[in-house]
Ligand binder design. Structure first.
Ligand SMILES: Nc1ncnc2c1ncn2[C@@H]1O[C@H](COP(=O)(O)OP(=O)(O)OP(=O)(O)O)[C@@H](O)[C@H]1O
Ligand SMILES: [Mg+2]
Length: 488
């Protein structure tokens, strides 16, 4: 039975050595069969949990990992697909003495002021690279992808080069007109931009157009030679390129931009992400806050998904650029029903978050969820390759079970390439001479025999725990082991 390695978290009376210990990546989170430990360092390599509906993901491995992360004092972000996620984390926080660190982000009953103007935050945050036009263009593009729900394709797709050109030129002018860049202002500028050369030379247009007003105000700003160069390009764009564009092209760019802007400029997205900034992702590692985004997709639908996905992206960026010397404790991003939140950017994040001590824990039913979302198998497989810990609960889904056996078999072949070896626990084991085809035969069947919790199973949940590069002495040095969790 897997147990959380409890070390109750307390800020009071923590000695220097304990402080150091707490910050150590080798702190155990869970004790695996045979007594070997699963540490924060392992968690930073990513965790993916698979299992059928009702197989015990949430109440089995999910609960054990969540309690361990909280017990160690880590901060993090909790994305919510189901309405019960918030109360679940409140119970976890109560059990681990972390209630004071919980921040519930909700448009209804927030536990803390929780509005987050992500764009203003990108412009105003401290640090190199903050506030630069290209960062904002990139941010808009990512937000466009989030709204679209899939990666932007090359060619005449949503976030084409022309869209980025429009954004770049709008942002430069708005910033030089000493206004705070926001989607709202970019929208107003685009809507009032000149549609013909005649408009550019009309006094009426200059007197009534918001775009004209911005161009006039920006002209007087003090500029470095580099800024002046970019500004000239922007002016040329608005006064020559844009009005001379073919009508169809201009209206297509404008419509594409407006469809995204409209979502962010109204309703839940505007309320939570478009006004004030009262809460920022950095509190997760500066003061170990656990931010629960109580905007469950099942209740708030697409708007809930978009707001959470933007929060997630901003958190990933904040984790990536944080100074781990100043803020050493790992920080986590948690998504149960992760198919709602997986994004193409995750792949890039997963490949760098280990050094930034970022822990990602994703739970989902099956691999097909990711295939559908990320558009193709290669992208999903590359992302999953970056999760070193994979937990497989009971599942009758053939592609997921085949994937599990493939992952395990190829790891065994990689690990078992010669004679007797010594595992990380110092125990010797014979190398296994198991062919991939044999594994493929054995393992899928095993996934249907795992216990799924509830009274019929004595409240026990079972899973296959796989870890890349690890050899479990209790399972002949194989990189996986059968584990069980007690529901509570
Ligand atoms: N705390 C608990 N104590 C006892 N039984 C539970 C508890 N939580 C859930 N169960 C039962 O255990 C089984 C597994 O539930 P769980 O919610 O963990 O599955 P899941 O894999 O997360 O499912 P889903 O994909 O629907 O989220 C279900 O039959 C459920 O009714
Ligand atoms: Mg669940």
């Amino acid at each position: 039975m897997i147990r959380t390695s409890w070390l109750p978290f307390s800020r009071k009376g923590v000695t220097t050595s304990l402080e150091t210990d707490r910050r150590d990546l080798d702190v155990p989170l869970l004790t695996l069969p045979g007594g070997s430990e699963w540490t924060a360092r392992d968690a930073c390599n990513g965790v993916q949990v698979f299992g059928a509906i009702g197989s015990g993901k949430t109440s089995g491995s999910g609960a054990a990992i969540a309690l361990a992360l909280l017990a160690r004092g880590f901060g993090g972000l909790v994305l919510c697909a189901k309405p019960e996620e918030r109360s679940l984390w409140q119970r976890y926080a109560l059990r681990t003495g972390r209630l004071n660190d919980l921040v519930i982000v909700s448009p209804v009953n927030p536990s803390h002021p929780c509005r987050f103007n992500f764009m203003a935050h990108e412009l105003n945050r401290r640090g190199a690279g903050a506030g630069q036009t290209e960062n904002l263009v990139k941010l808009f593009s990512i937000v466009g992808e989030i709204i679209e729900g899939k990666a932007a394709q090359e060619g005449p797709d949503f976030w084409s080069r022309s869209m980025q050109e429009l954004l770049r030129n709008a942002i430069d002018v708005i910033a030089l007109a000493r206004k705070t860049v926001s989607i709202e202002l970019v929208s107003r500028m685009v809507v009032t931009a000149p549609h013909s050369v005649a408009e550019v030379s009309s006094e009426e247009w200059w007197d009534t157009s918001f775009c004209g007003q911005l161009l006039r105000e920006s002209k007087t700003a003090a500029m470095s030679p580099e800024t002046a160069h970019d500004y000239e390009l922007a002016v040329t764009y608005w006064l020559e390129t844009f009005p001379r564009m073919a009508d169809r092209m201009r209206s297509s760019i404008t419509a594409t931009f407006s469809s995204m802007a409209d979502i962010l400029n109204r309703g839940l997205a505007y309320q939570m992400l478009g006004t004030e900034t009262e809460l920022v992702p950095e509190v997760m590692f500066r003061s170990q806050k656990v931010i629960v985004l109580d905007l469950p997709v099942q209740e708030y639908g697409e708007a809930g998904r978009i707001v959470q996905a933007i929060w997630k992206y901003m958190t990933q960026k904040a984790i990536e650029r944080r100074d781990v010397n100043a803020h050493a404790l790992p920080v986590f991003i948690w998504a149960d029903e992760a198919q709602n939140f997986v994004s193409p950017y995750d792949f890039l994040y997963q490949s760098v978050c280990r050094s930034a001590r970022g822990i990602t824990v994703y739970l989902t039913q099956n691999i097909s969820n990711y295939y559908a979302l990320l558009g193709n198998r290669d992208q999903a497989n590359s992302l999953l390759g970056n999760f070193q810990t994979k937990v497989f609960h009971a599942n009758a889904d053939a592609p997921t079970n085949a994937y599990a056996s493939e992952v395990i078999a190829s790891e065994m072949i990689a690990l078992g390439s010669g004679g007797t070896s010594t595992n990380p626990e110092g125990e010797r084991s014979s190398s296994f001479n198991v062919s991939q085809s044999l594994q493929s035969k054995v393992l899928p069947a095993e996934f249907t025999t795992l216990r799924t919790g509830g009274p019929a199973n004595g409240f026990t949940v079972e899973a296959i725990w796989f870890q890349g590069g690890r050899r479990f002495a209790t399972n002949h040095g194989h990189p996986f082991v059968r584990v069980s969790f007690r529901q509570s």
